[in-house]
Design a protein around this ligand. Structure first.
Ligand SMILES: [Zn+2]
Length: 65
């Protein structure tokens, strides 16, 4: 898989259906086959980035891993 935000493949797995992009520092969760992107703020809170992307950018294709 690659990051829909920066298109890099430097993705680390941090949990079940949860990944982290080490290039742009966003958290990627897979929910119902769709990627959900969150930015981790300095205080540890999460800000959703989903509004910045089209559905087609967030559809998670397991075959493309
Ligand atoms: Zn990224």
């Amino acid at each position: 898989m690659k990051c829909p935000n920066c298109s890099c493949k430097d993705i680390g797995k941090i949990g079940v259906n949860q990944y982290y992009c080490w290039n742009c520092f966003i958290e990627l969760s897979i929910v119902n086959g769709m990627l959900s992107l969150h930015q981790v703020e300095e205080d540890g809170s999460l800000t959703s980035l989903d509004d910045l992307f089209e559905d087609q950018d967030l559809s998670f294709n397991a075959d493309a891993q």
